[in-house]
Design a protein around this ligand. Structure first.
Ligand SMILES: Cc1cc2nc3c(=O)[nH]c(=O)nc-3n(C[C@H](O)[C@H](O)[C@H](O)COP(=O)(O)OP(=O)(O)OC[C@H]3O[C@@H](n4cnc5c(N)ncnc54)[C@H](O)[C@@H]3O)c2cc1C
Length: 423
C-alpha cells in the first residue's frame, strides 16, 4: 500500500471541507482534500449567507466571485401572516456593519466559488472514499486510509479535519458522538422561475400548515420551502399535486402571485429531512470535526453553512498561533479551538431550535405561543436588534431568562426603545 504525506487531511468537500481547506491553505499548509463523490450533487440546501460569513469569504477572495455571479442581497428576514402582513421584521441594515446584508446563491455556486479560491497548497481529489483513521503508536490520529475504487492508500498528516457531514464516519471512528434528533416534519424545496413577492428579503410565512419560506435566487428565480408532514405527498400523482398546490395557495394567500409557477415546478420538488444535534466534544488528539460532522440545525434560521464557515475560520485562527509541524502544539491549538467553539455551536443550536419551535408548530397552542413570542419581539427594538445580530454571525449575545419573559409579554421591557440608537 502506498503512503502519501500532507500537513493536514480534510475529509469531505461540502462547504465545511472547502472552507477548512481554504483557511488551512492560507496558513501555507499542504492540504489533502478528499471527497468521495466524483461530482457535486445538486441539492437545494445552504443558499443564504450571513454577514459574518461574508467577511470571511471576502478575506478568502470568494466573495467577489459570488458577487460577479450575481448573488442577491437580502436586507431583511421577515415573519409574516399567511396573507403577507408583517409579524416581525429583522432588518440587517440596522446592524451598522460594513456588510449589513445576507447574500443568496445556489449551494453549488457557493461551493464553486470556494473551490476557485483554494490556495495552491491544497490538493483536491474527488472520487476518494475515506475508509478509516490511521493512528500513531500512542493512539493519536495521524492520517486516514482512503480508496479510489479497490486501490487503497494512506495519507499521513499532522492532523485530520473531519468535514464528512451528518453521518460522519470519522466522528464515529475517533470515538466522538452526536445524537441527531429528527424534526417531525420535512421541507419541500422547489425552485420557481421569476421573482418572489418581496425582492430583498427572506419571507417566512407562519401558517396553519407550518412554515413556508420564499426568497430570491440569482437570475430571477425564487426558492420556496414548504413544511410538510412526513407522508403528506407520498405517492402523490399529478392531480393530487395540483390540488395540493391549490390548497397551499388557499392557506397562504400571499403565495397567490406564485401559484401558476408553483403548479409548473412542483414535479421537480425535493423533499428534505431536517435534524438537530451537536457533538459535545469535537476534538481528539490529531482530529477535529467541522460543519455537519459536528452540528446540525433547522434550516429556518440559515445557520448551518454559516457555522461551518465560522468553524473553519476559527480553527485556522487557533492553528496560526502554533508551530503546526509539532503534533503537541497542534493538539494544544485543537483543544483551545474546542474550548471556545463548542459554546458558540451550542448557542447557535439553541437559537435555531427556538426559532424553529416558534415558527413550525402546527398545533393551536404552539402557534399561539409562537405568535405571542414573535409579537413580543417585534415590540422591542432592542430584542429585534439582538436577534438580528445573533443570526448575522457577527457575534452572539444569547437571550436571558428576562428577555424570554419580555418576549412573552409577561414583563414590560423598559429598555425596549432606546436601543439601538442608530434606528
Ligand atoms: C433544506 C436546507 C436548507 C438549508 N439552508 C441553509 C442556509 O440557507 N444557510 C445555511 O447556513 N445553512 C443552510 N442549510 C444547512 C447547510 O446546507 C449545511 O449546514 C451544510 O451544507 C453542511 O455542510 P458540510 O460540508 O458540513 O456537510 P455536507 O454538505 O454533507 O458535506 C459533506 C461532504 O463529505 C463527503 N463525505 C462524506 N463521507 C465521506 C468519506 N468517507 N470520504 C470522503 N468524503 C466523504 C460527502 O460526499 C460530502 O460532499 C440548509 C440545510 C437544508 C437541509
Amino acid at each position: 500500500m502506498t503512503t502519501r504525506y500532507a500537513d493536514a487531511v480534510v475529509c469531505g468537500s461540502g462547504v465545511a471541507g472547502l472552507a477548512a481547506a481554504c483557511a488551512l491553505g492560507r496558513l501555507g499548509l499542504d492540504v489533502a482534500l478528499l471527497e468521495k463523490t466524483p461530482r457535486q450533487p445538486l441539492v437545494p440546501k445552504g443558499e443564504v449567507l450571513q454577514p459574518g460569513s461574508l467577511h470571511i469569504l471576502a478575506e478568502w477572495g470568494a466573495l467577489s466571485a459570488l458577487e460577479e455571479r450575481r448573488a442577491v442581497r437580502l436586507n431583511r428576514l421577515v415573519a409574516r401572516q399567511p396573507d403577507g402582513a408583517e409579524l416581525l421584521a429583522m432588518d440587517f441594515g440596522l446592524l451598522g456593519d460594513e456588510r449589513s446584508w445576507m447574500l443568496s446563491h445556489t449551494y453549488e455556486t457557493i461551493l464553486d466559488c470556494l473551490g476557485d479560491s483554494l490556495p495552491g497548497t491544497v490538493r483536491w481529489q474527488r472520487g476518494v472514499l475515506v475508509n478509516d483513521i490511521v493512528n500513531d503508536t500512542d493512539g493519536r490520529v495521524a492520517g486516514v486510509r482512503a480508496a479510489v475504487g479497490r486501490s487503497e492508500f494512506d495519507v499521513r498528516a499532522r492532523f485530520v479535519v473531519a468535514a464528512d457531514g451528518m453521518s460522519s464516519r470519522l466522528r464515529k471512528l475517533s470515538g466522538m458522538t452526536a445524537a441527531p434528533v429528527a424534526y417531525g416534519h420535512r421541507l419541500l424545496a422547489v425552485e420557481l422561475p421569476g421573482p418572489p413577492a418581496a425582492a430583498d428579503e427572506v419571507s417566512a410565512y407562519i401558517t396553519g400548515r407550518g412554515l413556508v419560506m420564499a426568497y430570491p435566487l440569482p437570475d430571477d428565480r425564487t426558492r420556496c420551502y414548504v413544511q410538510v408532514a412526513a407522508d403528506e405527498l407520498r405517492n402523490a400523482d399529478a392531480a393530487r399535486l395540483r390540488r395540493w398546490c391549490d390548497e397551499l395557495v388557499e392557506d397562504v394567500p400571499a403565495l397567490a402571485p406564485l401559484a401558476r409557477r408553483l403548479q409548473d415546478a412542483i414535479g421537480r420538488r425535493h423533499l428534505l429531512k431536517v435534524w438537530r444535534y451537536w457533538a459535545p466534544s469535537v476534538v481528539r488528539p490529531g482530529i477535529v470535526l467541522v460543519g455537519e460532522a459536528a452540528h446540525g440545525v433547522h434550516p429556518l434560521a440559515a445557520q448551518g453553512m454559516n457555522t461551518a464557515i465560522g468553524d473553519a475560520h476559527a480553527l485556522a485562527a487557533h492553528l496560526s498561533a502554533v508551530d503546526t509541524q509539532k503534533s503537541v502544539e497542534v493538539d494544544r491549538a485543537l483543544e483551545s479551538y474546542e474550548e471556545q467553539r463548542v459554546d458558540r455551536i451550542r448557542d447557535i443550536h439553541v437559537m435555531s431550535h427556538r426559532a424553529a419551535r416558534m415558527m413550525t408548530s402546527t398545533s393551536r397552542g404552539g402557534r399561539l405561543l409562537g405568535k405571542r413570542l414573535l409579537s413580543g419581539t417585534a415590540r422591542s427594538r432592542r430584542l429585534r436588534h439582538q436577534l438580528t445580530y445573533n443570526l448575522s454571525g457577527l457575534g452572539m449575545r444569547p437571550l436571558s431568562v428576562l428577555d424570554r419573559l419580555f418576549q412573552l409579554g409577561v414583563l414590560p421591557d423598559r429598555r425596549a426603545q432606546p436601543f439601538p440608537a442608530t434606528e
